[in-house]
Design a protein around this ligand. Structure first.
Ligand code: HSE
Length: 433
């Protein structure tokens, strides 16, 4: 048996607590697999006295997390504080400055400051591992960086936020409202500290930026990800989508095109027969489409203490084994060349709330015609002369810019009484049933 690997953990929330417990419960298993026992020697968290159900009596406490990086009894720093600025960045910088490996779950930091992190790594013998930063317990970082490393990746896409998937699944199965289900997701511990990170697509956007970086050998750049969340989805949309043969999912999609890399987080209609339509609750699912392997799907728990701890400890196992890999799977990551999303081709679902009166659909169709958008279907439910009623339109494939222009003009019609709501229909090469 080799020398013990001494671990310092910054952040003892859900994930930090689970990491601590896993390392205790699986001490023998982990030591057998690495030939090095692992021991948590030091921790840092916001509140020292809090009862976390952990025995911290033999563990050194640091009020300042950065001190973990300077502690001679810490070989590897586990950063579980989150956030792209402040203490998390300072800790990582100090650890790398001291040539220590870092394991982190910090997606925001990698997605927003990937270039700076790469620069720090250049001058350090330390490493950064980040399996827990994307899709919780799903080993998608290893999947892309190792198992699929022989492929030219065409696209990576999927469900990257457990909170949103939970909310959409619950709204769909129970007909409950968005706000009501959000409270339940928070109570279950899926949601980020600031729930807008989940429901506005920011958390998923951070994850997609990292996946893009790995898939395409680029420096992650969150500013190039178009993000749209789920807060404006109504139960009406879910019902109409179902009637048309679809489910609504918040998807992250990154694909290589001739124009550069398209990256978006947005609610999409997916065929009810597609595997992704059946990913329910807080689960995540990620597809990688590679030129030799074809499509590979990984699915599992994308949030929660234990699944995320599984990912963190898998990185610690790599550290104990002395395995190192380039951060983004390449020695020479390039700046990301982003494609203009307005040129993306797709078909669309458009929900309008219009006054029930003659000529409204004619006005809407005239705008679509002028913007060269071809209609596939029009659905109206109910009859209330002069009153607002929902009308759902679906389009044939069209450049997104044309559709956006049409939606802008339709929203200005007097008979359209609420802002129109647009969603992409993502067919994954299938035909609707
Ligand atoms: N809040 C995230 C989610 C989990 O709901 O998926 C951590 O990334």
């Amino acid at each position: 048996m080799g020398t013990p690997l001494k671990i310092g953990i910054a952040g003892l929330g859900n994930v930090g607590t689970s990491v601590f417990q896993l390392l205790k419960q699986h001490a023998t298993l982990v030591a057998d697999r690495t030939q090095r026992p692992m021991t948590v020697t030091a921790v840092s968290a916001r509140t020292q006295g809090k009862d976390r159900g952990l025995d911290l009596t033999k563990v050194k406490w640091h009020d300042n997390p950065v001190d973990l990086a300077n502690d001679k009894d810490v070989d590897v720093v586990v950063e579980l504080m989150g956030g792209s600025g402040g203490a998390a960045f300072d800790l990582i910088k100090q650890a790398l400055g001291n040539n220590k490996p870092v394991v982190t779950a910090n997606k925001a930091l990698l997605a927003l400051r990937g270039g700076e992190v790469l620069a720090l790594l250049k001058n350090s013998k330390g490493t950064i591992s980040y399996e827990a930063a994307v899709a919780g317990g799903i080993p998608i970082i290893k999947g892309l960086r190792e198992g699929l490393a022989a492929n030219q990746v065409r696209a990576v896409y999927g469900i990257l936020n457990g909170t949103c998937n939970f909310i959409l699944s619950e709204m769909s199965s129970s007909g409950r409202d968005f706000a009501d289900v959000l409270v339940e997701a928070q109570a279950k511990g899926y949601a980020e500290a600031d729930p807008s990170f989940d429901i506005d697509g920011i958390d998923a956007g951070h994850k997609l930026a990292i996946l893009s970086g790995l898939a395409f050998g680029c420096v992650p750049d969150f500013s190039t990800v178009q993000t749209k969340g789920i807060r404006n989805i109504s139960s009406l949309d879910i019902e109409f989508a179902r009637e048309l043969g679809f489910r609504i999912k918040l998807l992250g999609i990154a694909q290589q095109t001739d124009r550069g890399i398209e990256q978006s987080i947005e609610p999409c209609l997916v065929p009810k027969t597609s595997p992704i339509a059946h990913v329910e609750g807080a689960l995540n699912a990620v597809y990688v489409d590679g030129d030799y392997v074809g499509k590979v799907l990984m699915m599992g728990a994308g949030a929660g203490g234990n699944p995320t701890a599984s990912a963190v400890v898998s990185d610690l196992i790599d550290v104990a084994r002395g395995r190192t890999l380039p951060l983004l799977g390449t020695q020479n990551p390039q700046p990301l060349k982003s494609a203009n999303i307005n040129e993306r081709i797709g078909s669309y679902f458009l929900r309008l709330i219009v006054l029930d009166q003659p000529g409204v659909i004619a006005d809407v169709s005239a705008i679509l015609r002028d913007c060269t958008v071809s209609l596939e279907s029009v659905l109206q439910r109910g009859r209330s002369p002069g009153q607002p009623v929902p009308v759902i339109l679906t389009s044939h494939e069209t450049p997104e810019g044309n559709m956006l222009k049409a939606v802008g003009l339709i929203g200005k019609l007097k008979s359209v009484v609420k802002p129109p709501y647009l969603m992409r229909i993502e067919m994954f090469g299938q035909k609707p049933s």
